[in-house]
Design a protein around this ligand. Structure first.
Ligand SMILES: [Zn+2]
Length: 489
């Protein structure tokens, strides 16, 4: 049974918050554009996937049966139609098979998302597993006069699409005439009738490794096509939610709409949801400027931006403190503040079972629960939700002190709703914080560092080397400097 709630979601297509009414009553189909697995997943992507994980979790809490599909792009991600496939390029540079690149970074992607406690999707299809379907839809688009072959490649004809009633640019509020006037012709684009036309199928040059036979010769699919094929295959020609990062709105999602509308003659997606990006110390993250950090570096503390490493749950809590459609800035002070907040919240949550019930309740738990739902019903407003949860922390502390009281029933309800929102919706779980074993481990390592220093004073090189080497074999590196010795995992 779906709870009677009026969830509203911000639909990028209408630019408004709309009542969420799924196509099939209690079932929700949600598709999220997954990663292109040619390098480590970056932090901005982690935020996007975490945002949709939170959305997925809230839909489940409301009682919906959700089919969550998130793809793996393992071929065909071109920056533009003249560029080389990102995976093939990396494989060429590293002198390995493209599928080795795919395997390595798919495993890495799953590991990272698991650390941040993301639920896996229900279906995780790959582009290479759906080549046949991509060829079929390309043929259909050609038959409908919306795509054309040119020198072994097939392009979607944006102008024809608009002439036949399409509205290319509707999602990103772009005007097709402006787009055409402002696009310079890039190398290799003379195959196209118009610069805005995009590749459905690309001819493989003789040295291109990833290639499949097709009616147009050997080639590989364009990136936009796989999402249309896989979303509609697993969710139907019309489905409820399509998500992704803000940067995918154009051209990727715009092209998806055009392809699906062109092939199936109807609006493919009811609600388009887009998660915003991350900045680092107030600036856009970018590999070229060096203002970037990998999730792993953020966790280990092995980076030049932060004083120390942070646990995955602190990072998750930090990300949840911003609304998914707002830009979130990573800075040392902000994460340190979140670390304190996370600890305070979890400590309070842990103490609920030890609170003794009273004959009377001085606090309205039901009204409090309503507030939490209202926050989430308002386009998944996690910052407001968290503000309410901190009110609960105050209440829990007062309950412990005895200045507020709850009867047995209300206390059980408080426990349940804290579990619903802290654990199920925000996806937070208890971690061993610095007060537990991390603290003890630090003590042990400081002791070993002192023993090694003493050994070096005593010129007992065998012992000092043994300490360093054995720690190293456990993945703990000692670093000597003029200020003393530190360690790093
Ligand atoms: Zn996609």
């Amino acid at each position: 049974m779906v709870k009677q709630h009026q969830l509203k979601v911000y639909n990028s297509l209408s630019g408004q918050k709309e009542k969420f009414v799924p196509i099939n009553k209690e079932f929700v189909g949600m598709y999220v554009c997954g990663p292109t697995v040619y390098s480590h997943v970056h932090l901005g992507n982690v935020r996007t996937f975490m945002s949709f994980d939170m959305i997925y979790r809230y839909l489940l809490l409301l009682g919906y049966k959700v089919r969550y599909v998130r793809n793996i792009t393992d071929v065909g991600h071109l920056l533009d139609d003249s560029d080389e496939d990102k995976i093939a390029k990396k494989a060429r540079l590293e002198k390995v098979e493209p599928m080795e690149i795919v395997q390595k970074y798919t495993v890495d992607f799953h590991d990272v998302l698991r650390k941040f406690n993301n639920h896996p999707p229900n279906v995780e299809p790959t582009a290479t597993g759906h080549i046949v379907e991509q060829i079929v839809i390309t043929k259909e688009l050609i038959e409908k006069g919306l795509a054309y072959e040119s020198n072994g490649s097939v392009y979607f004809d944006v102008k024809k699409y608009n002439e036949k009633g399409g509205n290319y640019g509707e999602l990103s509020n772009r005007n097709i005439e402006d787009l055409m006037a402002n696009t310079r012709t890039l190398d290799g684009q003379d195959e196209k009738r118009n610069p805005q036309d995009f590749a459905l199928w690309k001819k493989a040059l003789p040295d291109h490794i990833m290639r499949w036979p097709s009616p147009w010769g050997e080639g590989f699919p364009g990136w936009h096509l796989e999402c249309t094929v896989m979303s509609t295959k697993y969710l139907g020609e019309q489905f409820d939610i399509h998500g992704g990062g803000m940067d995918l709105k154009f051209p990727h999602h715009e092209c998806e709409i055009a392809q699906a509308k062109g092939a199936y003659g109807q609006e493919p997606v009811k609600y388009w949801l887009h998660a915003n990006m991350l900045t680092l110390n107030g600036q856009k993250m970018s590999k070229s400027t060096g203002n970037t950090i990998l999730p792993e570096e953020l966790l280990s503390g092995n980076n030049s931006f932060f004083d120390k490493g942070f646990s995955p749950m602190v990072i998750r809590f930090f990300m949840m403190q911003a609304h998914y459609r707002s830009i979130l800035d990573f800075s040392n002070e902000a994460i340190l503040a979140s670390e304190k907040g996370y600890t305070r919240l979890m400590e309070a949550y842990k103490t609920i079972p030890s609170i003794e019930p009273n004959a009377t309740s001085t606090f309205d738990v039901k009204a409090f629960e309503t507030k939490l739902y209202e926050a989430m019903d308002d386009d998944f407003n996690t910052p407001i939700l968290i503000a309410h949860l901190f009110d609960a922390v105050k209440i829990i502390n007062s309950l412990k002190e005895g200045t507020e009281t709850l009867n047995t029933e209300d206390l059980a309800l408080l426990q349940k709703i804290m579990n619903d929102f802290v654990v199920k919706v925000l996806g937070l779980k208890e971690e061993e914080t610095s007060s537990d074993s991390t603290h003890k481990l630090d003590g042990v390592l400081q002791m070993l560092i002192e023993m090694r220093n003493q050994a070096r004073v005593d010129k007992n090189w065998t012992l000092s080397d043994q300490i360093r080497d054995e720690l190293s074999s456990l993945g703990i590196q000692l670093k000597d400097s003029k200020d003393g010795t530190t360690y790093q995992f």
